[in-house]
Design a protein around this ligand. Structure first.
Ligand SMILES: Nc1ncnc2c1ncn2[C@@H]1O[C@H](COP(=O)(O)OP(=O)(O)OP(=O)(O)O)[C@@H](O)[C@H]1O
Length: 252
């Protein structure tokens, strides 16, 4: 079942085109890795899927995704987009994932709080439930944001660089959890860590102003060529690699 369809979607910031004429369908069982060079438009693509940036063209949600004002998309933003000075506890951050629904229905229920506690337990952060987010490590923040993204029982989970600033242990646990979540929801994950994600995702979407979907998790030489930027090969086989952080062609 098709959950989201983008038709001829274009996005510009200050008249500078960032995404041009994007056609993309997201299906209910998808596990998509979104790759591309720095500044290529990956986060903008995610925001277009969320209708969180002005765009031309069409972004169409199936009724399973949006029904009577209730949107079932969980979103884990980049850590840099989080205001850590905001005086709010881990548990409150997790519950805030229900806000869109609460605008219609009012206060949190005992059931909501129990759900938040279950997720905190699943992500192994129940002992920091009362801590303010400003005091947390990168891994603890990512776990908190993951719980927030999951609390509304999404049909589509979107993660933007979820393994930035986290340790290897968290990364491994996260990928295994995502595999499990993918039995119930579609997943779209932006990552620079191509070598790792290629062994978990089922499709690859390359973003460099234009968007190409490849229904395979094998990263090809052609895809690497699309990067047009320095690449560090980290292992052999199906060309897994990492894009260097410093990048002369970046537009940002
Ligand atoms: N709100 C904004 N206003 C103006 N320009 C923006 C805005 N957001 C992003 N950009 C620019 O749009 C381009 C694409 O940015 P985007 O964050 O979508 O790329 P990205 O592929 O996610 O990059 P990165 O890998 O560095 O996270 C960049 O040149 C960026 O500077």
């Amino acid at each position: 079942m098709k959950l989201v369809s983008l038709h001829h979607v274009s996005v510009s910031y200050d008249k500078v085109p960032v995404l041009t004429d994007v056609d993309l369908d997201i299906w209910n069982d998808d596990f998509i890795g979104v790759i591309g060079p720095n500044g290529g438009g990956k986060t903008t693509l995610v925001k277009a899927i969320l209708k969180a940036v002005p765009y031309s063209g069409e972004v169409i949600y199936a009724p399973e995704i949006e029904n009577r004002g209730c949107r079932r998309i969980g979103y884990l933003p980049q850590i840099s987009e989080i205001d850590k000075s905001f005086p709010i506890s881990v548990r409150e951050v997790v519950l805030s994932g229900l806000q869109a629904r609460k605008r219609l229905l009012g206060r949190y229920t005992a059931e909501d709080r129990q759900k938040a506690d279950e997720l905190l337990h699943t992500c192994r952060i129940e002992e920091i439930a009362r801590k303010p987010i400003g005091t947390l490590s990168g891994g603890q923040i990512q776990r908190t944001l993951l719980c927030r993204a999951l609390i509304s029982d999404p049909k589509l989970l979107i993660l933007d660089e979820p393994t930035n600033f986290v340790d290897n242990q968290f990364e491994k646990e996260l990928y295994l959890q995502l595999k499990h979540f993918n039995e119930k929801m579609a997943i779209v994950m932006v990552s620079h860590d191509l070598g790792t994600i290629s062994s978990y995702v089922r499709s690859i979407v390359c973003v460099n102003r234009r968007v190409h979907r490849h229904d395979s998790n094998i990263i090809t030489a052609e895809q690497l060529h699309n990067y047009n930027c320095p690449i560090q090969i980290v292992s052999h086989g199906d060309v897994p690699h990492t894009v260097l952080a410093k990048h002369p062609n970046a537009r940002s």
